[in-house]
Design a protein around this ligand. Sequence first.
Ligand code: SF4
Ligand code: SF4
Length: 85
Amino acid sequence: MPQMVPDTPENGEICKKFCGPCPTFMPNKLNESPPMMLFCSRGASTVPKEQIKDNGCSCFGCGVFSKYELEGGWFCIYGKEGKKT
Ligand code: SF4
Ligand code: SF4
């Protein structure tokens, strides 16, 4: 079961290593709009989902993803619950 992800500096540091180089992150300038990162904790980007070009998601290798038993990925687009399959 997915658990709530705390918005901590530690989780932010981990997120930076995965969302940062993700092919969806920089090309869509997700770093320039709130909540900037840690989407699995903070929710979807305020960039409208229809404006985000999906180039793949790097969440699946992230330690936060495994620690909190997250599912779905693409939290920047779909919010905390991630992409439904
Ligand atoms: S699971 Fe994704 S959004 Fe959450 S911390 Fe990791 S890279 Fe960032
Ligand atoms: S949540 Fe997933 S798709 Fe979105 S920027 Fe982070 S790694 Fe990329």
